[in-house]
Design a protein around this ligand. Structure first.
Ligand code: NAP
Length: 267
């Protein structure tokens, strides 16, 4: 039997544990978890039947260890238990901006990076995966299978991770933000925000379903007939949005560079 450990039961760590158990990808009895503030992991344990333990016990007793702390906390967490993380162990880090090379400098375990999205909570997210050279085909099959239970997976090149994380992990925020602007623009035209939000949310859900078997271009073509009303609106978006998305990628790149500099500064 494989034992799975989780260090960090914040937003992402607790979501992963809950969803792996709910989907049957991992049995609750196979999970050990720890968190800096122990009451947090104890609450989770009471709710779903996992075993709350210390970071050391997670590292010592688990075969696969998920590191679910923030990027600047990874070094201390791994360094503390590095003597337990030998090449018999598989460590899967979900921390953005901590490269495989950096992780390997902290511990000698077999390594992978996974970057899920909060959409995985609805079993519809995409998890980006990168596997270290020291992982086995069995490791890759196991981790891909686990995240497949929460939606889709995409094995990607580590150098593309940041841009792809914008498209997957950050994207729920990027989709919600212009929709809120859309609602506020309707409000400026006298529509109640509650009504506008309800209509936009439901239409967004329906649009997502249509996109299950249609490309963006195909859907635009079928809604925006030439010379029609929708086309007038689409032309405005096509004029304004390229600059906005280029700026978005520039802004997130600058933020990633800042975090990486801080991580490098940790030594
Ligand atoms: N949220 C997302 O959508 C998302 C998506 C993809 C990847 N990620 C990655 O997931 C990681 C966690 O993000 P999050 O949103 O879950 O952050 P979070 O809610 O702040 O969770 C981090 C957890 O780590 C715990 N922790 C910190 N230091 C610890 C230590 N030394 N030992 C044990 N536990 C420790 C914290 O405990 P206390 O609260 O008790 O201090 C907290 O519960 C980040 O690296 C992020 O890049 C997040």
């Amino acid at each position: 039997m494989t034992t799975f450990g989780f260090i960090g039961t914040g937003h992402l760590g607790s979501m992963l544990i809950k969803k792996f158990v709910e989907t049957g990808a991992i049995e609750a009895e196979e999970i050990l978890a720890s968190n800096r503030r122990a009451e947090k992991v104890k609450r989770l344990a009471e709710a779903i039947g996992i075993r709350p333990v210390s970071n050391r016990a997670v590292a010592e007793l688990s075969d696969v260890i998920f590191i679910c702390v923030r990027p600047l906390e990874v070094r201390d967490v791994l360094s503390d238990v590095a003597y337990l993380l030998n090449s018999q162990k598989l460590v899967v880090s979900v921390a953005g901006d901590v490269s495989l090379e950096k992780l390997q400098s902290f511990c000698p375990a077999r390594l992978a990076r996974a970057f899920p999205s909060m959409a995985s909570e609805k079993l519809q997210g995409v998890t980006l995966l990168v596997f270290g050279d020291n992982t086995t085909a069995e490791d890759q099959r196991l981790i891909t299978g686990l995240f497949h239970a929460l939606g889709q997976t995409a094995e990607v090149k580590e150098k593309d991770f940041a841009v792809l994380a914008d498209l997957t992990s950050c994207a729920p925020g990027y989709f919600a933000s212009p929709m809120r602007e859309f609602v506020q623009a309707a409000q400026r035209r006298g529509i109640s925000p509650e009504l506008a939000e309800r209509l936009v949310k439901q239409t967004l859900l329906g649009t997502a379903l249509l996109l299950g078997d249609e490309s963006f271009a195909g859907l635009i073509k079928s809604v925006a007939t030439v010379g029609g009303i929708t086309e007038a609106g689409v032309l405005v978006i096509e004029r304004e949005a390229p600059g906005m998305f280029d700026q978005l990628f520039q802004a997130t790149k600058a933020r990633h560079e800042l975090v990486r500099k801080k991580i490098d500064g940790q030594g």
